[in-house]
Design a protein around this ligand. Structure first.
Ligand code: CA2
Length: 146
């Protein structure tokens, strides 16, 4: 499939623990179950998705840097790096690829430190607080920019 039809979905640190701890905040679905829903929607929308997760900031930065070679848009849940990573922000700005920031919980309804997103200014927009639907809405939004 041509690069323009592919969306890269990136997940940051600790999202591999989804469904196993803190279900009251992050829900009961595992990352694998969420990924299945994303793949099902991608099929419906006629786009290809690749989904990756890493606990390493450097690996996420490398993936963002390389993304324009293969992908037309990004959906990113940078998890805790949302609030701390200038490196990820710089990589997103440099890649210049349309990106949608997503969060499972509403980061604006939680602790003060979560209210600031360092990547918000370099993405198209932010979808936060809709649980697994944040990823699905994020994919729908990203597809509009392919
Ligand atoms: O709400 C989101 O999607 C977050 O990006 C999730 C991050 C958090 O640091 C952000 O502020 C908001 C945390 C991901 C860790 O997920 C866990 C899941 C289960 C158990 C422990 C952590």
């Amino acid at each position: 499939m041509a690069k323009k039809k592919k969306v890269l979905i990136l997940n940051g640190p600790n999202l591999n623990l989804l469904g196993k701890r803190q279900p009251e905040i992050y829900g009961r679905l595992t990352l694998e179950q969420i990924n299945r829903k994303i793949h099902a929607l991608a099929k419906e929308l006629g786009v290809e998705v690749e989904i990756r997760q890493s606990n390493s900031e450097g690996e996420l930065v490398n993936w963002v840097q390389e993304s324009p070679k293969q992908f037309g848009a990004l959906v990113i849940n940078a998890a805790a790096y949302t609030h701390s990573s200038v490196a990820l922000r710089d990589a997103l700005a440099a890649a210049g690829i349309p990106a949608v920031e997503v969060h499972i919980s509403n980061i604006h309804k939680r602790e003060e430190f979560r209210k600031q997103s360092l990547i918000a200014e370099v993405v198209i927009g932010q979808i936060t607080g809709f649980g697994v639907q944040s990823y699905l809405l994020g994919l729908r939004a990203a597809v509009e920019y392919l």
